[in-house]
Write a protein that binds this ligand. Sequence first.
Ligand code: PLP
Length: 351
Amino acid sequence: MENNSFKIAIKKENYIYNIKYLEKMKNKKVLPVLKANAYGHGLEVIAPLLYENGYKDYVVARLTEGENLYSVLEKEDVKIIVLESIKSLQKVKENSWLIMAINKYEELIEAIEFGISPMQMKLKFDFGFGRNGIVAEDFSKVISYIKEKDLKFFGIYTHLFSVDQKFGIEIINRFTEIVNELGKERFVQIDLQNSMGIFKFDCPIATHIRPGIAMYGLREEGYYEPQLRQVFKLIGGIAEIRNVKTLSKYIAYAPINDCDLGGYTNIAKVKIGYGDGFLKKNEGSKCIINNKEFKIIQISMDNSFIAVDENVVIGDEVNLYSDIWKSGNELEIKTTELVILVDRRIERVGE
Ligand SMILES: *Cc1c(COP(=O)(O)O)cnc(C)c1O
């Protein structure tokens, strides 16, 4: 490994496997959510992989993410749905790849009057989360306006977040009623299931499922699918090995006497630290070297230190977060956060 530097290696095969698995489970096409740099996995790897496999519609949270995704792909025949409301209607008009979410009755009127085609709009209905979306008191106004003008849209959606069974079914029923009232032929895309929604509910009216976390084989408390495969590996090489006897009093900034080396006398240095988003919280957690677990004893800004046995040599591969679910639980951090936090100075590489 060159320079023993760290990278996030993306197992492309696992990503596609997960998507196909979800599609087969629900018999619906995946509309991939790529916000937060594709959940930390790297747009530059994930987006072309999706495109090559025939996925040309994507969801992001912000306009800047959408613009970034468009420039990464350099393809004309894509559609990028931006969930947050877009202020610059001119931008939407000029970019046919851009699909704006309509989060308010007023936004719909304004965009139509500005001359934007409804085929560049995706209506968002809110059923009580208060984050984004047309609110219940405006439902009937929106419905009559659409019927009167006989508009056809790119899509309609809502969001289930992590609702309980009863509330989830209520949302699905109310959403279904609205789509039926408007007529589903008005919409190319009808979707409401994030990963949790996919595992917990069936939504016959939906044309697509809209997962984020599950595509990456990551889990959340309470619901997950054990068949899904982790997509990323955070790997690098051992950069240096020192015997504790040759050190003075400190390992990095910690007094040696304060470090539990688990009986080992060799300290391996790796070139990743909290400056790379490898949190100091990981101190005391385990990594894998040559199929064996070793403890991370110190984390500084650019480097981390691992207590290792005599068989470990410079250049050996170190796998951090080999099981991100386990790491997350040990650190009491959501597994998605751990990946997303890995800084962009750590390269994302497909394999
Ligand atoms: C983030 C997001 C998703 C994906 O959620 P996961 O829980 O990661 O599957 C789907 N839809 C919307 C509107 C979102 O904001």
